[in-house]
Design a protein around this ligand. Sequence first.
Ligand code: ADP
Ligand code: MG
Length: 231
Amino acid sequence: LRKEVERAEKMYLVGELAASFAHEIRNPLTVVSGFLQLMGKNQIAEEAKHDYLRMMITELERAQAIISDYLAIAKPKSDSIQLIQVEPLLRQIIELMSPYAHMNTVSIASSIEQGLQLKADASRLSQSLINIVKNGIEAMPDGGNLEIKAYRQQRKLLIEISDQGIGMTQAEIDRLGTPFYTTKEKGTGIGTMVALGIIGSMGGRTEVHSEKGAGTTFTIILPIRRGEARE
Ligand code: ADP
Ligand code: MG
């Protein structure tokens, strides 16, 4: 029965999500088709035409971003649970994100305990960490340091991702994970929802500490099951 309830809840969520995705994608399409009709009917000054084109491209790019983030969620849950070596996985993520960090004059520092192991789906775990790291970088428009720490505490693996960025109020923290909640011009508001969802599905949880104007720390707490860790 519990399985059934879980499945029903999941289906409900998927339905809700699909409805809001349709809505989010319909908006840009409506804007674009409105401009195209306008441009087809009237004589339009060259300058206005440029503005229209720019706005249409922006809207289409937003629809594109929403679709690609959606595909990341909708991808069937791959069952590739393996024993992951945490340190190399985190190093790989840092390497992957370093061009983006560099573009934003952000440097990434890390302090990762050696020998940490965890049974999980590496690509899903990476995806959730990448989303959080990306937000940390984007929270520092004038550059700064992003710090990644990983360590073990009893039967728990903790991964901390800290930035020195714009920070959030408690009300903003409370909205994290809500589909399409974004404060960014080009945001989709999907990254955090995906990240928190993946961590939750791994039996873990995420704590967020933030101070407006000072920075944010995401602490991901994952259970280490018996026999997983190197003693
Ligand atoms: P997006 O990054 O596309 O806006 P996310 O779901 O990744 O969508 O994040 C939602 C919102 O949460 C962001 O727009 C931002 O307001 C807030 N947020 C997430 N991480 C941070 C952070 N490290 N510092 C400040 N705000 C953050
Ligand atoms: Mg994001």
